[in-house]
Design a protein around this ligand. Sequence first.
Ligand SMILES: Nc1ncnc2c1ncn2[C@@H]1O[C@H](COP(=O)(O)OP(=O)(O)OP(=O)(O)O)[C@@H](O)[C@H]1O
Ligand SMILES: [Mg+2]
Length: 340
Amino acid sequence: MSQAYLSIQSIHKTFGSFTALKEINIDIQKNEFICLLGPSGCGKTTLLRIIAGLEKPTHGRITVGGKDITTLPPAKRNFGMVFQSYALFPNLTAYQNVAYGLQGRHFSKKEIDEKVREVLSLVDLTHIHDRYPSQLSGGQQQRIALARAIVLSPDFLLLDEPLSALDAKVRVKLREQICELQDKLGITTVMVTHDQEEALTMADRIVVMKNAEVMQIGSPEQVYNEPSSPFVADFIGSINFLGEDQMNMAVRPEHIRIAAYGSMQGIPAIVKHIEFRGAFYRVLLQPVVDFSGAEEGQQLTVDVSAHVAQQLKLKRYVKVTIEFPQEKLINFGKEAVVSL
Ligand SMILES: Nc1ncnc2c1ncn2[C@@H]1O[C@H](COP(=O)(O)OP(=O)(O)OP(=O)(O)O)[C@@H](O)[C@H]1O
Ligand SMILES: [Mg+2]
């Protein structure tokens, strides 16, 4: 890999006796889209605020393009930021909100007008430029916030849960728009989220955090298919842990093979519960020794396509045979023995 553009080096942060970040190291390439993903309180916002200069690290350093910016005040760091709540000026129109950051700089009136019009068109909001925030939907307000963040052509973009206040449909739409915009402008972006689907669909690489620490850094495919720990496996997507309480092997619900009882080699199981999920069914299965009722091992979650579910006439108490394809088993390192 080439030298990192935005480099987070041994960043440590304590608030009194509480440790919010422990020795964080992340190297971010130019134009990369990074998601910081983790449960509430793991330190995502604190790390973003340290990158922005809004919070001082206890120790460690941050460099941009090789230059140490650890002690630079926020105003001297060239970044754009979007927060969870829209934080627009309520008394200014969409246009004026975007223009605000350009005023008092060395731009002429004409230059300001051109820049504002350009970014408003980028976020597809030219037609509502004269509305006030209270006259805009949540999604539109977030797009204005985004326009405001990019109008100064920042070196990097910091987004703290920019989509979490929006409803599901708008969120998906805006997800696509942010990715498109990021791609078009080629702007290095760090986005905080605790939504694993958002991270999987948007990021070039995901930084999975837990309790102030980085657990894994990798592409969406890597963290999903090759999670480095049971925590990551469980946090990103659904997972079945295999074996008593060792948690050293696991398999995703969509990777367990399921067939009519006795139609293939495998483990007999009974359907305990079945949930319709639109494109597929999520099925809870109880492996059994035989059908006298003796249960064996823990219950398993299996995702079955609607087509297969219909073929097998899946419903409660139906008997099936299941199998774990060896190549789909996730091994967390130790010598693993699958015992059901
Ligand atoms: N100024 C502060 N003083 C004391 N503790 C703080 C301060 N800011 C953050 N913390 C603590 O640091 C931890 C990490 O907070 P942070 O806001 O970074 O979490 P987060 O991962 O962004 O969580 P969420 O998903 O809920 O936004 C929390 O336990 C929080 O209470
Ligand atoms: Mg936060």
